[in-house]
Every structure is written in structure tokens, then in C-alpha cells.
Ligand binder design. Structure first.
Ligand SMILES: [Zn+2]
Length: 242
């Protein structure tokens, strides 16, 4: 079972996307030419795939965001409580996949990805569509001082993202943080789709590092620009004269 967000990006716009659940190990889509999967390190480095790739590319280093303008390149991220974020620019025909845990989110991985899209491909935030996937919800995601301290240092309005649960502990709205960051750099509010499913309190659907205490498995989410089929040529006799 895969979760898709119809209002976000679909086949009609030349895009395929999905958020994984624990019940599927998505094999490469048959129309994907290549699947890009990288080592994630809770950092803010953005990998740009701007040339044709094939086979199983060996990608060195650690990356938490992937951007491409190449059709048939399926960008994937793996999560189990962290936030998978998929981005589509229908104007420039660019897609991105982001892995945003609290560290990456607080460090600004999402605004950084949008900045890289703007610099490299001319993507305007106001044209973008963003989908925020299943992840630790504010219903369950309790954090303590190390996380809250970093949040306070980075966001003046951090209080709107937390609900105090005790001395030095609070429930954090991680998806809300990502949404706020995207809006703050110019993504339209109505172009941000949030899948309000919590990985911690929905064990039938999702793996959760927080709930299980160990990595039992990860969900795979992905996005790809479809490979356009070549349109059939008109029969010669019916060709319009120039
Ligand atoms: Zn929950």
C-alpha cells in the first residue's frame, strides 16, 4: 500500500509520487530508468541530479535532499518518524525529495532545498507544490531540552510549534515546522499538502523508531518526473503544409 496525494502532483502533470507504508517494499517503478537512494545523515546537503544516469549509481557521501530535472529518475528517501517531503515545480519541471528529522528541519533542510532549486533551476517558491508525508505527529512526538533548546535558538515563534508536557519536555509539531518554513520562503499556503498521519500512533500502517525503540524498518517515499512517451508521427499524407 502506497499513499498518494492527488492534489499535490499526478500523472497528468507528468509526475509520479508516493509515500510508503510498512506493508510495501516498493520495487523500482517499471517506468523508472533509475532509482536514486542515498545515505542520509540528518544534515542539510542537497544532491543535484542534472544529467542522465542509469543502472545503480554509486553516490558517495551523505545527503538528505535530492533534486532532479531528469525524467525517469526516481528520487527516494527513507523515514520512520522523520518527515518525508516531496516537492514539484510544474513550471520548470523539477522534483525534489527531502528527509527532514528534527535536526535537519531545525537546521533548515527544506528552505535550503528550495534555495538550491531556485539557484540551479530557477524554481520560484510561489510556483511550487509541496507534500509533507506521514511522520511523528504532534499527538505523540515528545521531545526534551536538547531539541527544544535548538528550536528556541532558531525560531522566534517556536512556542506555536510545541505543547508543554512537563518540565523541559514538550510535544513538537514537526510537520508544522516544515510547513512554516516552506511558507516563510514563499511557498503558497494552499500549495502545501500535509498528510496528517502519525507514524507513532498508527502501528498498523507505519514503522516508528520512537515506538519500536529500534529500527525495525523504514518507509520509502519517492517522486519522479514521468518519461514522456514519444507521440506518434502523423501519417505523411496528412501533414499540414508549412
Ligand atoms: Zn500520534
Amino acid at each position: 500500500m502506497l499513499i498518494t496525494v492527488p492534489g499535490f502532483a499526478g500523472v497528468r502533470q507528468g509526475v509520479q509520487h508516493f509515500f510508503g507504508t510498512r506493508h510495501d517494499v516498493p520495487g523500482p517503478d517499471r517506468s523508472a530508468l533509475v532509482v536514486v537512494s542515498v545515505k542520509q545523515v540528518h544534515g542539510t546537503d542537497v544532491l543535484i541530479v542534472d544529467h542522465p544516469v542509469s543502472g545503480a549509481p554509486a553516490i558517495e557521501g551523505g545527503w538528505d535532499a535530492l533534486v532532479t530535472d531528469q525524467p525517469g529518475v526516481l528520487l527516494t528517501v527513507r523515514t520512520a518518524d522523520c518527515v518525508p517531503v516531496l516537492i514539484h515545480d510544474p513550471v520548470r519541471n523539477i522534483v525534489a525529495a527531502v528527509h527532514a528529522g528534527w535536526r535537519g528541519a531545525v537546521a533548515g533542510i527544506v528552505p535550503k532545498t528550495l534555495a538550491v532549486m531556485a539557484q540551479r533551476f530557477g524554481s520560484q517558491p510561489a510556483s511550487l507544490s509541496v507534500s509533507i508525508g506521514p511522520s511523528a505527529g504532534s499527538c505523540c512526538y515528545e521531545v526534551d531540552e536538547p531539541v527544544l533548546g535548538r528550536l528556541r535558538d532558531s525560531y522566534p515563534d517556536w512556542r506555536s510549534l510545541v505543547q508543554e508536557t512537563g518540565t523541559g519536555t514538550a510535544k513538537l509539531n514537526l510537520r508544522g515546522l516544515v510547513r512554516g518554513q516552506a511558507q516563510s520562503v514563499g511557498v503558497r499556503e494552499d500549495a502545501i499538502h500535509s498528510v496528517s498521519l502519525c507514524t507513532i500512533c498508527l502501528p498498523d500502517l507505519f514503522h516508528s523508531y520512537r515506538r519500536e525503540g529500534v529500527v525495525r524498518g523504514m518507509m520509502v517515499s519517492g517522486i519522479m518526473l514521468s518519461v514522456r512517451r514519444r507521440t506518434a508521427r502523423r501519417p505523411r499524407g496528412k501533414r499540414r503544409a508549412d
